[in-house]
Write a protein that binds this ligand. Structure first.
Ligand code: AMP
Ligand code: ZN
Ligand code: FE
Ligand code: FE
Length: 276
């Protein structure tokens, strides 16, 4: 049975709870999933508990939003020790800044004559990893805009008037942090960042894989990234980047899966790294 190694829950900007995600995964016959919420690990225990009941293996994961001077880069971490206190203190710093940023976005919206209560946003997101998709949902709920696209186009996009950046790690630091807590770091959806030249630099810090299978990749792109993985000796991973049935994204759980052998290779790398 197949696996999906890139899934979000409502602890970040997904719609479904971690338990619901596992139930959906079981229903479509997935044997292994990784929960990879943005900058937050608090959903993992709930997913693991549900996974035990339904015989779905849940790999503890994370997706760091990082940036370098050229572009935004997402780094996935698998088999992380998500209880490590040093790791959690870095996450707390990122999370605190995400919360502060929501207040700044609300101020900018106010200047644009859009009144929204920050608590309406936190009611959707919680106070761990609030982000622009939660602001978009609050704007839709309030009737200010009618779609995600309109919320981003008019207010939240990088070039739009209510945009506020948030604190991000440089990609090298995210890779180092994942390695430090025993995890295996993987470059997420590399075609989106379009900066493959960084791969050797990230490998020097411990990068071990490339997310080769991702929704919307053309067969030539997959071939290209398979070639890069071979050239650099990197592991191959993949996942749906599922954000929920009602998330505004079309991909469903079960639409993009990878074979068990790729998960075994990832697990072997984790075991090899953590051999004492
Ligand atoms: P944040 O980390 O809070 O800046 O939010 C980033 C998330 O916002 C991304 O993962 C996307 O899901 C979403 N996003 C960013 N730009 C757009 C856009 N132009 N249209 C729709 N969603 C977007
Ligand atoms: Zn997301
Ligand atoms: Fe991503
Ligand atoms: Fe993602």
């Amino acid at each position: 049975m197949p696996a999906d190694l890139h899934i979000h829950s409502n602890f970040s900007d997904g719609v479904d709870s971690p338990e619901e995600v596992v139930r959906l995964a079981a229903a479509v016959g997935l044997k292994t999933i990784a929960l990879t919420d943005h900058d937050v690990v608090d959903g993992i225990d709930g997913a693991k508990d549900e996974g035990k009941k339904l015989r779905v293996e849940v790999i503890p994961g994370i997706e760091f939003t990082t940036e370098n001077p050229r572009t935004e880069i997402h780094i996935l971490g698998y088999f992380i020790d998500y209880k490590n206190s040093e790791f959690l203190s870095v996450l707390e710093k990122i999370q605190a800044d995400r919360v502060k940023r929501i207040y700044k976005i609300v101020e900018k919206l106010k200047a644009l004559k859009v009144e929204i209560d920050p608590e309406d946003i936190f009611a959707i997101s919680g106070k761990k990893a609030p982000g622009r998709p939660h602001v978009a949902r609050a704007l839709i709920a309030k009737g200010v805009v009618s779609s995600f696209k309109e919320a981003f186009d008019r207010y939240l996009d990088f070039r739009a008037p209510a945009y506020v950046p948030h604190y991000r790690l440089p990609p090298e630091e995210a890779v180092r942090l994942i390695v430090k807590v025993g995890g295996v770091p993987v470059f997420a959806h590399p075609a989106i960042s379009n900066c493959d030249g960084i791969i050797p630099d990230l490998m020097a810090e411990g990068l071990r894989g490339l997310e080769v299978y991702y929704p919307g990749y053309h067969p030539e792109q997959i071939e290209y990234y398979l070639g890069l993985a071979r050239k650099y000796g990197l592991l191959v991973t993949g996942g749906s980047d599922f954000h929920g049935v009602d998330s505004g994204r079309e991909v469903k759980l079960g639409d993009l899966t990878i074979p068990d052998e790729l998960v075994d290779e990832l697990r072997n790398e984790y075991l090899r790294r953590n051999k004492t």
